[in-house]
Design a protein around this ligand. Sequence first.
Ligand SMILES: NC(=O)c1ccc[n+]([C@@H]2O[C@H](COP(=O)([O-])OP(=O)(O)OC[C@H]3O[C@@H](n4cnc5c(N)ncnc54)[C@H](OP(=O)(O)O)[C@@H]3O)[C@@H](O)[C@H]2O)c1
Length: 304
Amino acid sequence: MKKLKVGGLLEGSEISLGCWRIAKLSQNEATRLVAAALAEGIDFFDNADIYGGGACEEIFGRAVKELGARDSILIQTKCGIRSGYYDFSKEHILEAVDGSLKRMGVGTIDVLLLHRPDTLMEPEEVAEAFDRLENAGKVRYFGVSNHNPGQMRLLQKYCGQKLIANQLQLSLTNATMIDAGLNVNMLHDPALVRDGGVLEYCRLNGITIQAWSPLQYGVFEGTFMDNNEKFGPLNDKLRQYAEAKGVSKSAVAFAWLLRHPAKIQVIAGTTDAGRLKSLCAASGVSLNRQEWYDLYLSAGKKLP
Ligand SMILES: NC(=O)c1ccc[n+]([C@@H]2O[C@H](COP(=O)([O-])OP(=O)(O)OC[C@H]3O[C@@H](n4cnc5c(N)ncnc54)[C@H](OP(=O)(O)O)[C@@H]3O)[C@@H](O)[C@H]2O)c1
């Protein structure tokens, strides 16, 4: 498993295991999944206070304890989404972190992300919360999720800590940040800049983009894998490269993300230990420029 430096500061595996879906697993199954991740060289784990209503942090924390893995891994979690609203108030950030530490049974969170932009955010308050958490040794590094460049700049104006990551939805079928850069100045839809140029902003500022839902075409609609008939040509192309490179189709879909020079960290969401192993083979797959564009086009995209 290759490593990358998240935000240029924190070295972790280029594939991370996301814990959004683990609440449906038994504790034994979840512990086996985390053990499988460790065996594949994954040392970076993503969670959030709201996943499974807190259950995902609890289950993950117990797995880490059982495996005695705390000192050899990096734990990232998120806060700021509440039931029916977003909350970046100082009080909420502080209490959310205390809740996450307690549920996971750890003393420190390696990376805390603000989950989704809160338009009522007062950046001075966020800065105070970050300082308190850093000084208390509760959080080592900070970042955001689903933020645009203006929102990151606003936060960065007040926060002394560098934002090291921005977690965004990104996959072969949901790549608007890439589409916009390939269709500059055109009149059609793919030219629309939906995120304020977040890909270029993150590259310019050394902020690691973490790709969430790397195999999904929507949020809850499902995966584009598994011969989804909506994505026939893409699945055919993935199969062709999978056979040529001796890996699974989903490993090729991961490799497509990892090939980007932005040095994207991919957050895998599988709950299946066997599948996770096959996905991790992506770290050893190289795609040349032509293969990368070939896959992009097979997802129904066009070049101008
Ligand atoms: N920041 C945010 O707003 C945000 C939002 C959503 C997610 N996330 C993070 O991103 C992580 C990944 O998201 P995700 O779970 O949507 O990721 P994903 O890897 O795109 O999707 C995983 C899901 O696809 C299924 N799947 C179906 N066919 C598959 C195949 N051939 N290979 C692999 N999986 C297949 C998996 O089922 P099996 O479990 O049976 O393998 C699992 O249910 C989450 O765990 C979370 O940490 C962040």
